[in-house]
Design a protein around this ligand. Sequence first.
Ligand code: BT5
Length: 264
Amino acid sequence: MEDGLSPQKITSGLNNRIIGRRVLCYPSLPSTMETARKEAARGAPEGTVIIADEQTVGHGRLGRTWLSPEGSVSLSVVLYPDIAGLPYLIMIASLAVARSIEALTGLEALLKWPNDVLVNGRKVAGILIESSMGGKAVDYAVMGIGINIKVDISAFPEIAATATSLSGELHSSVSRLGVVRRLLVELDGFYKAPRQAIYGEWRSRLTTLGRQVCVVSGGDAQYGRAESVTADGSLMLRADDGSLTKVLAGDISLRDAADDNATR
Ligand code: BT5
């Protein structure tokens, strides 16, 4: 493949400190998360990256399916953060994806709480963080990132209305190798950056804040204004009766008039 990925091509000339010093590439995997967990369990160096050209059983949160056909990129990173660092992994991944997209395509990339990256209001990338705890310490965490790069989304009716790809938005080809290399540089730069700075940039890129939203979390739907996010990644939701609720995880949809052209 003209744009084929290999560890050598990906790491050539990169001076990353942690993330991307060791890269493993596979043509196809069930899910890079599984392979990364196995690598972590056998003590792989921190920052080891597992990349697959396609996944046969890619997954999202709560057992949902993540489609990862040829032309997308699926990768997982093995990390050993302290427990206080766990909430920042979703922020780091989101920011690194958004910055890489903007640098390589000029498209504006916005974040939708908690884990979507959007271009023109549609999901172009998804992020999944999994961790394994040993008592009160983190054994390991795996940061999973899927990006639709050269994917014809219309071939996938189940996501055609909500998803997009970089090539689809640009109407031209985008280098998968270029995106992966830039992504690893951004991830490595953010990984040891001051946490306050990570939180600040994440908050500023969230398209959701200030909007009327519906949050579905654990089967319950709550309505209100997405007022802020806390440093642990939670959403603060102001209900119509004035009460404030902290939502740790969930799915959000927008309710205000501006929603017509925006995120779902
Ligand atoms: C996510 O879940 O968005 C997390 C996706 C993480 C994928 C990466 S790829 C590398 C690593 N290996 C894995 O197996 N996973 C990670 P969630 O917020 O639950 O969103 C899932 C929903 O997104 C699905 O129910 C679909 O509606 C939609 N979806 C599925 N595939 C998509 C795609 N390729 N592009 C955009 N939307 C998609």
